[in-house]
Design a protein around this ligand. Sequence first.
Ligand SMILES: [Cu+2]
Length: 289
Amino acid sequence: MKRGAWIASIAAGAMSFAGAAHATLLQGQPTPEAVNLQPAATEIMRDITSFHDFLLWIIIAISIFVAALLVWVMLRYNRHANPTPKKFTHNMFVEVVWTVIPVLILVAIAWRSFPLIYEQERIPEAELTLKVTGNSWFWNFEYPDAGVTIAANLLPEEDARAEGRPYLLATTEPLLVPVDTTVRVLVTSNDVIHAFAVPAFGVKEDAIQGRVNETWFRVDTPGTYYGQCSELCGVNHAYMPIEIRAVPRAEFDAWIAAQGGAFASAEPEGEGATTTEQPAAAPSTTPTR
Ligand SMILES: [Cu+2]
């Protein structure tokens, strides 16, 4: 292939990548041929995406700089261009520069990443507690305060095709969560190590037997969000997806009731009609256990 053809094909490839990146990304699931992260449904994921883009520019700049240095050295200092090399080995200025600039780059990265890690790891005052248990190979979801437990299995391929839902992502029993609600997630496992991961929420937490890990999310965009087990857990690792529907609070409460559950009366966001509480007993933030 001629050089021009190579350049043309690389340019065409880059343009199709860019086109895919700018095409409408599907919400809550991967978009075929797309290259970017899934659209964020939580503030944390927006911050993660922004941090990812920031890192990408640093990576691009360093890659171009190092490649240019390599090309310059290969052309300027090869045996023909530079037949009698100089014999010096140290250069104070260059050594200071190549130490200080990487340190400054790392400080800039830490400046942005440490607050983000803190936000992810600090569990805020939760309005709802969700317990997630990994099994070989399906997920159990439990709202302990409402007495609701569901088991989500992989939706069989023929059912997924018939219902127009994504095979390998859809489940037999989608989990509902209310939007604009801080959900604390307790993650554990019944057998081997799994991992509860929902990309659009910016959540990925190991599910370990005999141990409870904590994470949280607050979905601000209604929709259906898919995730997958993200720890290689055995032969059916690829067949234990996660399907979460973020819905308005009223729809969530109706779903809880349909599952035969009810929040304890101490929970003002529960079935409020059946409990009478003093207004003072219902603070704006409701700690749950
Ligand atoms: Cu698993």
